[in-house]
Design a protein around this ligand. Structure first.
Ligand SMILES: Nc1ncnc2c1ncn2[C@@H]1O[C@H](COP(=O)(O)OP(=O)(O)OP(=O)(O)O)[C@@H](O)[C@H]1O
Length: 294
């Protein structure tokens, strides 16, 4: 199968929010990070992909199945984790593992035990005694040991301390080098996305601002430092996402950077002093600020 996820023209309207014709494709074997600020529409998108809510219009195919109609078939091979995943507080991890094993023929008990040891989780402790981080890791263990073809994770590292976060990220990265598994995960954390993803989809206010290979995405942006006079209100092309004065210097955040961008600045009488690459975090912020203006 070439694409495990195909969303085309997907729209969903709530009273105060609309997902606006989302197009999104995840090729098999890739990891995609879905990023965006609070309320951008990440969870709504993931919930549509899980058949938990139905789109108003547009087509959704997951693992070749049309959603929401064929969600039962699609869900068999999807591992979905979100904060509201139910665990039984009065049962221990061993019990949960047995429970999952009875439902999923693909369950891998030795891998589950390996993960429990790796995540330092006691098998015989009731989950009500687990910390938040331990519960997140337990949920992930119960998902991964099913060995699903597609993992959909809603903010898998939120609320984890730095050590737990790096363990979870490490395990996800390992899972993906091992096998032909596909992952779509949402995150506010650009470092997680940079570490894990092949591709990135940027959602803002229910729209896709960008969806592409992470290296290509990073390569398009530059911070350009110039000397000269540029008034705050000066008209700049739309690929300049941000302009800030600092003393005699002007700092610009430029998308689709190239020779024409430099020429445009020279034409405005500016002297280009320095051109720097930007981190995903800086691009994220510049993109959101520009998105708010559009
Ligand atoms: N069932 C619902 N009824 C009405 N509005 C909803 C519903 N579900 C989500 N929304 C609205 O849709 C918008 C997007 O929410 P969503 O949870 O998809 O964002 P998000 O990007 O996942 O945000 P966060 O990072 O805060 O989790 C929000 O404004 C939210 O209030």
């Amino acid at each position: 199968m070439a694409n495990v996820i195909e969303m085309s023209g997907v729209a969903k309207t709530y009273q105060h929010f609309s997902l606006d014709h989302i197009d999104l494709t995840l090729p098999a074997g890739e990891i995609m990070g879905l990023v965006g600020v609070n309320g951008a529409g990440k969870s709504t998108t993931l919930r549509i992909l899980m058949g938990l809510i139905a789109q108003d219009s547009g087509s959704v195919r997951v693992l070749g199945h049309a959603l929401p109609d064929e969600q039962v078939a699609a869900k068999r091979d999807i591992g979905f984790a979100s904060e509201d995943m139910r665990l039984y507080r009065h049962k221990d991890l061993q019990w949960h593992m047995g429970f999952m094993q009875s439902f999923f023929p693909t369950w891998d008990q030795s891998y589950a035990k390996h993960l429990a040891a790796k995540f330092d989780l006691a098998l015989d402790q009731n989950l009500k005694g687990f910390s938040h981080g331990q519960r997140v890791k337990a949920s992930l263990l119960l998902l991964l040991a099913r060995r699903p073809g597609l993992l959909i994770l809603d903010e898998p590292t939120t609320g984890l301390d730095p050590v737990a976060r790096s363990e979870v990220i490490e395990e996800l990265a390992e899972v993906l080098t091992d096998e032909n598994r596909s992952v779509l995960f949402s995150s506010h954390n650009t470092h997680d996305v940079e570490q894990l993803s092949d591709t990135l989809t940027f959602l803002h206010d229910g729209r896709v601002l960008a969806s592409e290979n992470i290296e290509d995405f990073l390569d398009k942006w530059r911070c350009v430092r110039c000397k000269g006079d540029l008034a705050e209100g000066d008209l700049l092309p739309p690929n300049v996402a941000e302009m800030r004065r600092s003393g005699s210097l002007v700092n610009l955040k430029v998308d689709n950077f190239g020779e024409p961008s430099l020429q445009m600045l020279r034409d405005k009488g500016l002297e280009v002093v320095e051109v720097m690459r930007m981190t995903l975090e800086e691009i994220f912020i510049a993109n959101v600020k520009r998105g708010r203006l559009q």
